[in-house]
Design a binder for this molecule. Structure first.
Ligand code: SAH
Length: 258
């Protein structure tokens, strides 16, 4: 429903790392806003677009305050709330809509999508997710660890390609190891695995290609800026000019010659 006020709240996924990876709609919304709200990392990522808007820097762990503030401001102003990747994928969209629903404010909200870590990481690795996949966050701050384990088991048993987000943090260093142990109980150790750190963030991007049986060799390398793709035994590693990539066939080979 269109609001009677002149304000508007855009909840914006700014993509994986650089302004070039944002949608044109997201870029326009940031440029045309009165206020831009977000945590420092995301604001730095889009600083070339910040010129004249009021900037409200927020901090990790202050998401509820940030959501309330953005909704309040948007009753009278055009506000861009920025979130990394896509705002629906473990991002701010849910919380902001819940706050708006709860406070019953007359505010016009539009969610603008962004490139999320799984598609950013997949593009670096080649073609690893060209079939059904499951995305699982290993953060147990808001989800009980028992439920995360249940989902890991179900996704492995159902032969989904599995993307792991939030593999580690300072407080939760063993979650990645534990997740790999669970997946390994249900999946062949030869399944290709790709690990991408800082996908599409210029020179800081790094990636590794390995197999499920060996991926824990990279345990120390994995951090909170890394996403991991565990493919299935139908996927394969393709080496070209010394660079390894992952291909997950969609099944065309069963129907066509090429
Ligand atoms: N809303 C974000 C995800 C937030 S959860 C999105 O849609 O991408 C944060 C996790 O996402 C990180 O711990 C990491 O696992 C992953 N991630 C986000 N950006 C990434 C990037 N550029 N490269 C690799 N992993 C990334």
């Amino acid at each position: 429903m269109q609001s009677q006020n002149k304000g508007k709240l855009y909840i914006i996924g700014i993509g994986p790392g650089s302004v070039e990876q944002m949608t044109v709609a997201a870029r326009d919304a940031v440029l045309n806003s009165d206020y831009v709200v977000g945590n420092g990392t995301y604001l730095d990522q889009i600083k070339s677009l910040l010129d004249g808007q009021e900037i409200i820097r927020s901090h990790m762990g202050k998401e509820v305050d940030r959501a309330k503030k953005a909704v309040e401001l948007a009753t009278e102003n055009v506000v861009a709330m920025v979130s990394g990747g896509d705002a629906n994928v473990y991002g701010m969209a849910g919380l902001v809509l819940e706050v708006a629903e709860h406070q019953d404010l007359d505010v016009d909200i539009e969610v603008l999508p962004g490139v999320t870590a799984i598609t950013a990481g997949a593009s670096v690795l080649g073609a690893p997710i060209v079939n059904d996949f499951a995305v699982i966050s290993l953060s147990d701050l808001l989800t009980p660890w028992e439920l995360i384990e249940k989902r890991l088991k179900a996704a492995s048993e159902a032969d989904f390609i599995i993307a792991l987000y939030n593999p580690k943090s300072r407080q939760r260093n063993s979650n990645f190891r534990r997740a790999i142990e669970i997946i390994s109980q249900h999946r062949d150790g030869s399944a290709p695995v790709g690990l991408v750190k800082n996908a599409l963030r210029g020179d800081s991007q790094e990636f590794k290609v390995t197999r499920l049986g060996e991926v824990l060799d990279y345990d120390d390398w994995v951090d909170m800026r890394t996403m991991i793709l565990v493919s299935t035994k139908n996927s394969r590693i393709w080496e070209q000019d010394g660079i390894e990539r992952i291909i997950t066939p969609r099944g065309y080979q069963n129907k066509y010659d090429y």
